[in-house]
Design a protein around this ligand. Sequence first.
Ligand SMILES: Nc1ncnc2c1ncn2[C@@H]1O[C@H](COP(=O)(O)OP(=O)(O)OP(=O)(O)O)[C@@H](O)[C@H]1O
Length: 307
Amino acid sequence: MKNKWFVIVNPTSGNGTSKKKWPLIFKELTKQKFDFEYVFTAYEKHSIKLVQNAIKQGFIKFICVGGDGTLHNIVNAVLILNPINISEIKVGIIPIGTGNDWVKTYKISKDYKKAIQIIKAEHTIKQDIGKITLLKSKTVFFFNNLAGIGFDGYVVNKVHKYKNLGFLAYLTGALVSLTSYKKAMLEISFNNEVIKDKTLMLLIGLCEFSGGGMKLTKNVHPTDGLFDISYIKKITLFTILGNIPGLFNGNITSHKLVKNYKTSELNIKVLDTEKTYIQADGELIGSGNFNVSLLPKAIQFIIPKNS
Ligand SMILES: Nc1ncnc2c1ncn2[C@@H]1O[C@H](COP(=O)(O)OP(=O)(O)OP(=O)(O)O)[C@@H](O)[C@H]1O
């Protein structure tokens, strides 16, 4: 069992591309002599249950066929279960999502044949993971790419309407939402600092890309034990329109309206509304007050040797 792969296919990822491409991926995995079992997710978050059951059966090698949301659910499955052999568990990805943001940090190819070669080589990295605790419900979520509160979460809430636009879905969602979003009063405590202000958004990053290829956090190192924080009090539609290349090449993080910090722990209080959306890896997880902490090198991912 230990050498057999468990493949999770989200048929809805990439607007249904996963389902269409699966026969080709199945054929290639077979051709490359992978010993594997596979299962299609049947509903949202189904992959959590599937992965936890597979771990209990003895599987330690997983392949995610899907996007950032599917990978997020697999990571959550592993960390929520927290089995004694957690350090042996490996997760590889064949990226078939809409945004496919996590894979960009490691330059994992979107060509399924190349992605399969990367997985076959089994070169791994142990990456930092974020842990969010929602204080009201005491619910815990983990994230492997980037979490955000405020406008960022609001966009994630809208983005499903634009998923047929592919990677432009997030940019379109952001531009359409900017005029309707009402800023919330947040109290953000980290290191020895407290920010208490009406806030457009707070981004808590581990990896480099979010929002379909945007680089919104600075000096990112997914294994340095620190979150890369971007705090934006306000920004106008006009400023964003004038900085669209900067969203994708990272220059936006040096704009005077964007403040950058590094920390491994934050406490966030939402002072004037309970409806401020929190997103983790592009998945909406809730609202209200929450704490964030960093679990150093908590999950082992399969990545290219030269990334
Ligand atoms: N059978 C299913 N029916 C409906 N939703 C599902 C099903 N299986 C998984 N999901 C949900 O699909 C959501 C989106 O998946 P995923 O993120 O992999 O694709 P994507 O949104 O196209 O890609 P990206 O996040 O990279 O933009 C996840 O929240 C997951 O819980």
